[in-house]
Design a protein around this ligand. Structure first.
Ligand SMILES: [Zn+2]
Length: 129
């Protein structure tokens, strides 16, 4: 890509939207440890009544978290469907390990998109970065 070319406005808008989600999420309080403690207090009806103080950053995060996480999950599943290996065909000296290419972007498998997804979501993230 030529650095002098103006950025595609649709791509620019998408980048800004994703950066906003990233910043909003980073500012919010992590509930990872608190959720661990609260899990032990769930009552027989399946609830745990809590009183808590939420900062404005936490409310900003919570307001959109469910929708955004659903979108991210759907995006991930769509990308996973798009980027999958297929036999590249042709003659290879190693019939047991044929050369595979991504059927969407045609990079050698695992393709950069799959590798990026795998680096982000491929492990069980207890708390994340
Ligand atoms: Zn691919």
């Amino acid at each position: 890509m030529n650095a002098d070319e103006p950025e595609d406005p649709q791509r620019q808008g998408l980048r800004e939207r994703l950066e906003t989600i990233l910043i909003t999420t980073e500012k919010a309080t992590s509930w990872h440890e608190e959720a661990g403690h609260l899990r032990a207090l769930v009552n027989h009806e399946g609830y745990v009544p809590i009183r808590t103080r939420l900062a404005i950053e936490d409310l900003e995060f919570l307001a959109g978290a469910r929708t955004e996480l659903l979108r991210f999950s759907e995006l991930g599943l769509r990308l996973l469907d798009l980027h999958q290996p297929r036999d590249a065909g042709g003659i290879t000296s190693d019939a047991a390990h044929p050369i595979l290419r991504c059927r969407s972007c045609m990079w050698r498998w695992p393709c950069p998109t799959f590798r990026a997804m795998s680096e982000s979501f491929g492990r069980e993230a207890a708390e994340g970065p």
